[in-house]
Write a protein that binds this ligand. Structure first.
Ligand SMILES: [Zn+2]
Length: 62
């Protein structure tokens, strides 16, 4: 998401780019969306956790 001044905020948590270490942006048509490093880190933790849970379940099933 871009503000009026062309500044970027995280579309996930709404944090302004001034307070963000790094932001990954992606263009969708004529609008751009962004996600900050904190949201990516949190998402990564959730993915890793979900994956290890799944693997633990599969190990039990075998
Ligand atoms: Zn964020």
């Amino acid at each position: 998401m871009e503000t009026k001044e062309g500044e970027v905020v995280c579309d996930f948590c709404g944090k302004h780019q001034k307070f963000i270490e790094s932001l990954v942006a992606s263009k969708q048509g004529n609008k751009s969306v962004g996600i900050c490093n904190e949201c990516i880190e949190r998402s990564y933790e959730i993915i890793v956790e979900a994956r290890s849970e799944k693997q633990a379940q599969q190990a039990k099933a075998e």
